[in-house]
Design a protein around this ligand. Structure first.
Ligand code: BES
Ligand code: MN
Ligand code: ZN
Length: 511
């Protein structure tokens, strides 16, 4: 599946051959080692910098092919690659991660199988570890459905890249970097890859039945897993969630994953996800254009499942519960109709105006169940909930809605820290003018709020299923799938949110 290069953290010692990557800073300042090599060998680096008009801007690359080296005598390099750091002082851990991704992209594009990266400045070990994480994240590929023949004549350039086998990262404090990488960052990478895999998987393979099975198997990581299927969901009176799956040949599920790494008495952090494995719109069927993207409508749940794996793999010292509603939204003779009225687990009734506003129905019961059952300290849900959030924010930010300023501030801070950014949107109090937009003539509420502010009325709907619990809703429709490609993500399914929420947990509850 995902074969990524082995990453070694080593002490600084210039190799004699192969591909060597050196970093330069603003005004083309060479590191000590680079300077020595340059001086001893007829200034070949300085000359190349001049010839290429290289400026050492952040993430810029200059490749010097098979330089003539006389000292050390036995040295014979395929390439010396210079990578610009820009102004070294300003670099954050996310910059280092992106630098790793950029270097890795270059190595892949040039079919380089192994390389040695040498960072000589007194950089924080965390930065060097993040350089490694960037290299690994960049290599993610979802090619399990490409037969080997097709792989080589794919129209996707990235498919032609050969496997990078080994990357050595040399630095001053290599053992601290290695420790960081192994204990804290590899679990993030594993969670992100797991989430990307789930989002990329087609809906004929990953329907609710298969998804529930895959979650069940995560008990091997030390997670406590409980799966509620149709029968139990009926006795739990989750008719909002069940109403969405009515038209599907497959079952509907609520999957509960618990990680108990904290004290027994400690209230858990709850993360809830929308897991619509395919969203046709139901009877209010969507247009054909781009409907294939709706295999990714389980992106919120994928983030939850990925995050729970990250927490388990790094043995986080907190209690967390992940809850995902798994359903398929299909049109059928049995499917829920517009005008139907569903009674949710909370007892509140919902007039279904549009069967394509299904995510909020799933979350209504999942949120109510989670807060009733676990009394969480904080509850956060993630969902590819509305097209409207993309109209508002594009694909750069996820939309954040919260009933609690402190929680919102924590999440905005984690967004800045990880680069998985959130932008806070308005949310009205119960009874406010925003909230009133979902009042219904026939039931307690309707599942759509009219033409304007579609992402907000969706959030108002969810809020009606949250009591006193500090809660946040993150609308990830624009960032979970068909996401912007970056140095560290070339995948359709981005795995957005795993890093964000893992950071939120480690920064606020484990320090
Ligand atoms: N899953 C969609 C939202 C979506 C759209 C996610 C595009 C990712 C990309 C959601 O279930 C939906 O269909 N929402 C409707 C709500 C409307 C009917 C009130 C929408 O946004 O159009
Ligand atoms: Mn929909
Ligand atoms: Zn949907």
């Amino acid at each position: 599946m995902n074969k990524t290069a082995k990453i070694n953290f080593e002490k600084i010692s210039l190799p004699n051959s192969g591909t060597v990557v050196l970093f330069t800073t603003k005004s083309n300042k060479l590191s000590d080692l680079a300077k020595e090599l340059d001086t001893k060998n007829n200034k070949f680096i300085t000359k190349a910098i001049k010839a290429a008009n290289f400026k050492s801007a952040k993430s810029s690359i200059l490749e010097i092919l098979s330089p003539t080296i006389t000292d050390p005598k036995s040295a014979n390099y395929d390439r010396i690659i210079l990578v610009g750091l820009g102004d070294n002082k300003d670099l954050t851990k996310i910059d280092w991660r992106h630098l790793g991704g950029t270097v890795c992209g270059h190595l892949l594009a040039k079919n380089i199988e192994s390389a040695t990266l040498i960072t000589e400045t007194e950089n924080d070990a965390e930065f060097i570890a993040n350089l490694g994480l960037g290299i690994t994240l960049r290599q993610y590929k979802f090619d399990k459905y490409k037969t080997s023949k097709a792989k080589n004549n794919s129209d996707d350039e990235t498919e032609k890249e050969s496997e990078l086998q080994k990357v050595s990262i040399q630095s001053i404090d290599a053992s601290a970097a290695k420790k960081q990488f192994t204990n804290n960052l590899t679990p993030i990478q594993q969670g992100v890859f797991a989430a990307r895999d789930l989002v990329n998987e087609p809906a004929n393979i990953l329907g609710p039945n298969e998804y529930a099975k895959r979650i069940k198997a995560l008990s091997s990581l030390g997670l406590e897993i409980k799966i509620l299927s149709d029968k139990e969901l009926k006795s739990e009176k989750m008719h909002a969630l069940l109403g969405v799956g009515e038209g599907s040949r497959q079952g509907s599920y609520l999957a509960i994953m618990q990680w108990k790494g904290g004290a027994k008495s400690e209230q858990p952090l709850a993360i809830v996800g929308k897991g619509v494995t395919f969203d046709t719109g139901g009877i209010s069927i969507k247009g054909a254009g781009g409907m294939e993207d709706m295999k990714g409508d389980m992106g919120g749940s994928a983030t939850v499942v990925g995050l729970m794996q990250t927490l388990a793999k790094r043995k986080a010292k907190i209690n967390a519960v992940g809850v995902v509603g798994l359903v398929e939204n299909m049109p059928d003779g049995q499917a829920t109709r517009p005008g139907d009225i569903l009674t949710s687990k909370s007892g509140q009734t919902i007039e279904v105006i549009n069967t394509d506003a299904e995510g909020r129905l799933v979350l209504a019961d999942a949120l109510w169940y989670t807060q009733e059952k676990f009394n969480p300290k904080y509850m956060i849900n993630l969902a590819t909930l509305t097209g409207a959030i993309m109209v508002a924010l594009g694909k750069e930010y996820a939309g954040l809605f919260s009933n609690n300023d402190e929680l919102a501030d924590m999440l905005v801070a984690s967004g800045k820290d990880t680069g998985e950014q959130v932008w806070r949107m308005p949310l009205g109090e119960p009874g406010s003018s925003y909230d009133k937009l979902i009042n219904s003539t026939f039931a307690d509420m309707k599942n759509t709020g009219g033409r304007w502010g579609g992402a907000i009325t969706a959030a108002q709907f969810l809020q009606r299923y949250v009591n006193e619990t500090p809660w946040a809703h993150i609308d990830i429709a624009g960032v979970a799938m068909a996401s912007n490609k970056s140095a560290i993500n070339q995948s359709w399914g981005s795995g957005y949110g795993v890093d964000l929420l893992n950071n939120w947990i480690s920064e606020n509850f484990e320090k």
